[in-house]
Design a protein. Sequence first.
Length: 95
Amino acid sequence: MVLHLGGAVVVPIREIVAILHAGEPGPQQPEMLARAAKGGRLVRVDEAAVKSWVLAMRENRETWYLSPISPATLMRRAQWLRRQAIEPRSVERKG
């Protein structure tokens, strides 16, 4: 399952480590984002205002995504997708 971060960007849910609010950076976040940008691991999803930072890990390599979608919305989508993957689906038979 993948989570849509905005624009044409999707990330596998299993790779997402954190979804953070972009409005209030913690003391280390600007440094981490600067390192990611320098290493080519910073992806601006859309030109719209950034509302969330999404940290993803693939093969022990971190990538930061700057998303125009609020962290609350991304979390709701991720939780919904996880529930869909876990819960059995009822199938109605036509007949």
